[in-house]
Design a protein around this ligand. Structure first.
Ligand SMILES: Nc1nc2c(ncn2[C@@H]2O[C@H](COP(=O)(O)OP(=O)(O)OP(=O)(O)O)[C@@H](O)[C@H]2O)c(=O)[nH]1
Length: 423
């Protein structure tokens, strides 16, 4: 479950969003409060400077302990005025300790930097250092520098301020939570789309690995996944084309090899199997016959006086006779028998599950057929006969004695006047 791409995507989006919302929840209210306090101080300070200006216009006196007392009296007697946000409290020009818990107050110094309205660590008559003067706000009147003002202490928040800040923080959190929900929803939708395409690609790749090369996936859009899908389809197409070409060329090679093999085992003139083929089959059938105590007969045939046919009628007629004898023998033998051209005008018939008496009947039919064929078709007065010698002798000598015996019987047939079968 955790390994699924969809879960990983959702989890990563969830973690990122939660981290973002946590940061917002912790940092944003603090930043908001700091900003709020800083602006409130600013407003108080401006208000204070304004009040001091008014004091100067009313009293004209400025600097020294006497004016400090007057200023304090003047500021205490002034009514609070409403100021615009963020300083929501009605600001006191220099808020007294009682109302602001001794916290946020102002300090005044004359144009030489000598403090005449002290507070905090600033004492009466103390001169401000260069550093303190840089932090202080210069007070101008009629284009002339009349003194410096400094603020200090912390400005505590009122209940109203706190609730204002709370509302702000809550609104931000609610906004962030809504953002998180939308992000999650979007990531789920996009994730499921992505997962759907990735699954289709995976399924197609698995099918291809099983050999089903004709795989295509749907391409939607122009993003990386679509690019991957397009490349996958192109690769699958190329692979299936190459495979088809390879298969076709393989089949051609196989057919050619088979044809070559067949040719190497055939006699060119008669189309019968040749002696090599006969040898292979004879070795195998002879071995099986001995092993299973079966019968096997072999007949050697030789066209009678073939030399005379060649001499009298020509070599071409001799070839035609060979072909015709082969065809007649082919017609007569059984499907399971093996017929081959053994040498020049010699033929061999191999008969499995057959003894020499059964073979004699079959071979004699072949002999009679050859004798009866109308040879005048090939040449005037042409007569063709054939003699056979048969053996079914099974010895453990790879068929040697069977061949020798068949050959001896063939000689016997020739000696006895030809056109006969000796078994
Ligand atoms: N036309 C032709 N003649 C062949 C072919 N192969 C062998 N011969 C000839 O066949 C003849 C065989 O003659 P011999 O072995 O003397 O035997 P025969 O004349 O048949 O006499 P017997 O076997 O005793 O009846 C030879 O003249 C060979 O040249 C062939 O493919 N075509």
């Amino acid at each position: 479950m955790l390994n699924s791409l969809r879960t990983k995507l959702t989890l990563s989006m969830l973690i990122t969003s939660l981290a973002a919302i946590s940061v917002m929840a912790l940092i944003t209210p603090w930043l908001l409060e700091q900003r709020f306090i800083s602006e409130a101080k600013d407003v108080h300070f401006k208000r204070f400077v304004l009040a001091i200006e008014e004091f100067r216009q009313e009293h004209g006196e400025w600097g020294g302990l006497q004016s400090a007392l007057l200023i304090n009296q003047y500021l205490s007697s002034r009514p609070a005025r409403n100021l615009p946000p963020p300083g929501r409290r009605p600001p006191h020009p220099n808020p007294p300790a009682s109302s602001l818990a001794d916290n946020f107050r102002f300090v005044l110094a004359d144009q030489q930097g000598y403090i005449f309205l002290p507070f905090f660590e600033y004492e009466l008559g103390q001169q401000l250092t260069t550093e303190q003067l840089q932090q202080a706000t210069p007070l101008w009147s009629g284009g002339e520098l009349v003194g410096y003002a400094l603020s200090g202490g912390e400005l505590p928040l009122t209940e109203q301020d706190k609730s204002y800040l709370m509302i702000q923080s809550r609104s931000m959190l609610i906004g962030a939570a809504a953002g998180l929900a939308v992000t999650l929803l979007l990531s789920l939708t996009m994730g499921s789309q992505l997962v759907k395409h990735m699954r289709a690609l995976t399924r197609a790749a698995i099918e291809m690995s099983k050999g089903n090369l004709n795989q295509r996936v749907q391409v939607a859009g122009k993003d990386e996944v679509a690019l991957l899908a397009r490349e996958f389809n192109r690769m699958a197409q190329e692979l299936s084309n190459t495979y088809a070409e390879l298969k076709a060329s393989n089949e051609t090679i196989k057919a050619q090899a088979e044809a070559l093999q067949e040719l190497s085992l055939r006699d060119e003139l008669t189309g019968l199997h040749n002696r090599r083929y006969f040898n292979q089959q004879f070795r195998m059938l002879h071995h099986q016959a001995i092993r299973y105590q079966d019968t096997l007969a072999l007949a050697l045939g030789d066209i009678d006086n073939f030399k005379q046919i060649n001499d009298r009628y020509s070599h071409q007629i001799g070839d035609a006779v060979l072909k015709q004898v082969a065809a007649l023998m082919q017609e007569e033998i059984r499907e399971a028998d093996i017929l081959a051209r053994y040498g020049g005008e010699e033929f061999v018939i191999l008969m499995a599950h057959t003894d020499k008496h059964q073979a004699e009947g079959l071979v004699d039919r072949v002999r009679a057929k050859v004798e009866a064929w109308p040879w005048e078709k090939l040449a005037k007065d042409l007569q063709v006969t054939i003699s056979f010698g048969i053996s079914d002798k099974l010895d453990s000598d790879l068929g040697h004695s069977m061949l020798v015996e068949a050959d001896n019987r063939l000689y016997q047939a020739k000696d006895l006047g030809r056109n006969r079968v000796c078994a």
